[in-house]
Design a protein around this ligand. Structure first.
Ligand code: NAD
Length: 445
């Protein structure tokens, strides 16, 4: 393929050289003449492992060249890969100035050719820069359409393809990516991106454009959280005389729970007898040792915010008769200790909602006597609200909060208008279909 790469910084230079190395015919475009001249001299404008040799090689073979002429580059390519910077504004917001400018330039160049790229086919603009969800469809596509005079997804292809390289190992990361994410405006745009990277390892995910934009933020936020987590834990360990690297060696060896998709599915607040208690005591120990741990200290407040969101969903319905399915701290157990659903029930009860609760495991355990004492001594105010059947709750409720995936509950939940409002706390298996129905609101979207 013939490819224009806009921006010859860390991402653009590496992408341009690696794509050329894969056999594509690449032209790099930058407003910075020094970078353009360096590339044309066979030298990399960024310092990176292996990038110097690679640029020399692909420029030498004619597979890569550079220019500051947008029009000429677009005219001679089927794909424009946008890799310009998206720095922070002084107030922390995302600067989209370079993206806007380059999109307008590409659109104007395409207008001259009626949207035709190199070899007369439809041109595809692929945004590789990191940008907040909505930036492409709400900001850049209108700019492209206005400057080009055609319709994105019809006359010109548009896709978002975030980059996951790490500076320092970016050439290696390019040829061995953790994944390839393609946010496609239309399937043909996605096909172009897929063809561009054909032959690279790693799973390819084809998703809507805003999803692709958001995935990059999920990755980076999680990296930040992980780093902050490891650093805070290291600081506490140090203060308590424990070797944090030995701790992390064992922690990271656990691929079943620690390093896995576990705990990473948006849903309801966490609880139980371990996580909240352990977080509290860790933060307490840190504070006693005079170690500041703002991330760890805010994990529980963050969890509390999430619980509050569920209450707000109920309040917004304006209805007073509430049914709650699920009471234990998570499905598959009768354990009520520090259950976020107990907390939710107590707050709603305290606010005067007329509540009925069903949890089959809790009912069974109560019948067997296992948790009877706990309920009678700790939760006497909720005991009177417990219903042993699903139907009893459904007959009572104007709003149904679903905090379980118990099959007996799922099969009984009504659909459509006229019934109770369903507040989904767990992302029900049929959430996708229910989403279009009136009277359904989800917490885990
Ligand atoms: P950079 O600042 O190193 O490079 C951006 C380049 O774009 C500069 O050379 C600049 O001169 C050029 N440019 C600006 N306007 C232009 C225009 N109109 N036409 C042509 N060129 C233009 O930025 P970077 O580190 O390569 O990051 C680029 C994007 O990729 C950002 O959105 C960043 O968040 C994202 N990203 C970066 C990394 C990383 O490790 N650096 C990793 C993944 C994603």
């Amino acid at each position: 393929m013939r490819v224009s790469v806009f921006g010859l910084g860390y991402v653009g230079c590496v992408s341009a050289a690696c794509l050329a190395d894969m056999g594509h015919e690449v032209v790099g475009v930058d407003v910075n003449q020094v970078k353009v001249d360096l590339v044309n001299d066979g030298r990399a404008p960024v310092v990176e492992e292996r990038i110097g040799e690679l640029v020399a090689e692909v420029v030498g073979s004619g597979a890569l060249r550079a220019t500051d002429d947008v029009r000429e580059a677009v005219m001679n390519s089927e794909v424009s890969l946008v890799c310009v910077g998206t720095p922070s504004e002084p107030n922390g917001s995302l600067c989209t100035t370079y993206l806007e400018r380059v999109t307008e330039q590409i659109g104007a160049a395409l207008a001259e050719r009626g949207g035709r790229g190199g070899r007369g086919g439809r041109h595809t603009v692929v945004f590789r820069s990191t940008m907040l969800p909505g930036t492409c469809l709400d900001l850049l596509v209108p700019i492209l359409e206005k400057s080009f005079g055609g319709t994105a997804g019809v006359d010109v292809g548009v896709a978002v393809n975030p980059e996951f390289l790490r500076e320092g190992t970016s050439v290696r990361d390019f040829s061995d990516p953790p994944k390839t994410v393609i946010g496609e405006l239309d399937p043909a745009s996605g096909d172009v991106v897929a063809a561009l990277y054909d032959g690279l390892p790693g799973e390819v995910f084809r998703v809507p454009v805003p999803t692709a934009e958001a995935i990059k933020y999920a990755d980076n936020a999680f990296h930040g959280l992980k780093i902050g987590f490891a650093n805070e834990l290291g600081a506490v360990c140090q203060a308590l005389g424990v070797d944090s690297h030995q701790v992390m060696d064992v922690f990271l060896a656990d691929r079943k729970l620690n390093i896995s998709p576990a705990y990473l599915r948006p849903g309801f607040a966490f609880g139980g007898s371990c996580l909240p208690k352990d977080l509290r005591s860790l933060v307490y120990a840190a504070q006693r040792a005079d170690v500041s741990v703002p991330i760890l200290a805010h994990v529980l407040p963050s969890n509390e915010e999430h619980l509050q969101r569920a209450i707000e969903l109920v309040e917004r319905t304006g209805r007073r008769k509430v049914g709650l399915f699920g009471l234990s701290f998570k499905p598959g157990t009768d354990d009520l200790r520090e259950s976020p659903l107990v907390e939710l029930a107590e707050r709603l009860f305290g606010k005067g909602y007329d509540l009925r609760i069903h949890d089959a495991n809790v009912s069974l355990s109560r019948l067997l006597g296992a948790n009877r004492e706990y309920i009678e001594t700790r939760l006497p105010h909720l005991a009177q609200l417990l219903a042993d059947s699903v139907d009893e709750v459904l007959e009572h409720a104007e709003v149904v909060l679903v905090g379980t995936k118990d099959p007996a509950v799922l099969s009984a939940l009504p659909h459509g208008a006229g019934g109770p409002v369903i507040v989904d706390l767990v992302r029900l298996p049929d959430a996708e279909a229910r989403r279009a129905e009136p009277g359904y609101v989800g917490l885990a979207w």
